[in-house]
Write a protein that binds this ligand. Structure first.
Ligand code: CP
Ligand code: NVA
Length: 310
């Protein structure tokens, strides 16, 4: 009998109820760790294995998933693409079928979202999106968790995105529809998010404002976010640096947001480009809590994917 697979490919694919369950479980596990009660979840994934295929570099995603599996009593295998037969032409389909015979869950980071779709459709175990050129849902779950730790429930609030309309924004748009908050986006015209994602979010009831300037986007918001101007999958490096002039998050931009607004960045950051030192290292920045929360959210995502429970 074929069992329904719980893939974590995009926030858009999950219900608001499941997303909230994942966020609640992450917060609970974080609290238990702080209180020294981590034995409560230290065997949840005993004898379970996660295979992590990386076609692009990673610090946070790779380490947080590895440590998460370990803390839940399971095991994570790191599989750089160039050390697999994939690199010599074995198909993604066969790779998915074979790794599914050995492990309980697969994670892929890739610059080609079609690879993720192919892997997910041929794997018989759950598949997690560890970032594609299109989206980065695990990161945005950690971001929402961080927002709520500092600023309370995200529903009904307003966040601003300044800079590139990239994979991060697509996942934020998915989250705005599923979790009921408003998002304002300021990007150069040539670097706006995918119009289909914006349309999808609006159809699903999200309040999305595409702004003409960074100043318009951030005025009065609860959270200001940005990301690198040059993502791992981008080739037009020189062109980008010129296009994003005027989109640096600096102190005068932050001053337009609500007085208790937070600053978030998924990292890695390029100080002096998309964000000034004074902001990322300043009092409103929560970027290292955001990075830590990857660990807690990964545990909840893994538990949901592998067990359907927490
Ligand atoms: N934010 C994030 O995904 O970081 P890594 O590229 O280091 O995994
Ligand atoms: N947008 C960035 C995110 C890195 C975590 C990239 O894709 O390189």
């Amino acid at each position: 009998m074929t069992q329904l697979k719980r893939n974590f490919l995009d926030i858009a694919d999950l219900t608001s109820v499941t997303l909230r369950e994942i966020l609640n479980a992450a917060a609970r596990m974080k609290k238990e760790m702080r209180l020294g009660l981590h034995e409560r979840h230290s065997r949840t994934l005993a004898h379970r294995t996660l295979a992590m295929i990386f076609e692009q570099p990673s610090t946070r995603t790779r380490i947080s998933f590895d440590v998460a599996m370990n803390q839940l009593g399971g095991y994570a295998l790191l599989l750089p693409r160039d050390q697999l037969q994939l690199e010599r032409g074995e198909s993604i389909q066969d790779t998915a079928r074979v790794i599914s015979r050995f492990t309980d869950c697969l994670l892929l980071r890739t610059g080609d979202s079609a690879h993720l779709a192919l892997l997910a459709s041929h794997a018989s175990v759950p598949v997690i999106n560890g970032l594609t050129n299109f989206s980065h849902p695990c990161q945005v779950m950690a971001d929402v968790m961080t927002f709520e730790e500092y600023s309370g429930p995200v529903a009904g609030r307003t966040v601003a995105w300044v800079g590139d309309g990239n994979n991060m924004v697509h996942s934020w748009l998915h989250a705005s529809a599923r979790l009921g908050f408003s998002i304002r986006i300021a990007t150069p015209v040539a670097y706006q998010p995918d119009a289909q994602v914006v349309d999808w979010a609006r159809r699903e009831g999200a309040n999305v404002l595409i702004c003409n300037s960074a100043e318009e986007a951030v005025t009065g918001v609860d959270c200001v976010m940005t990301d690198t101007w040059v993502s791992m999958s981008d080739k037009d490096v020189g062109q980008r640096r010129a296009a994003f002039e005027g989109y640096c998050v600096n102190q005068s931009l932050m001053a337009l947001a609500a007085t208790n607004a937070i600053f978030m960045h998924c990292l890695p950051a390029y100080r002096g480009e998309e964000v000034d030192n004074t902001v990322i290292d300043g009092p409103q920045s929560v970027v290292f809590d955001e990075a830590e929360n990857r660990l807690h959210v990964q545990k909840a995502i893994l538990s949901w994917c592998i067990l359907g429970d927490f």
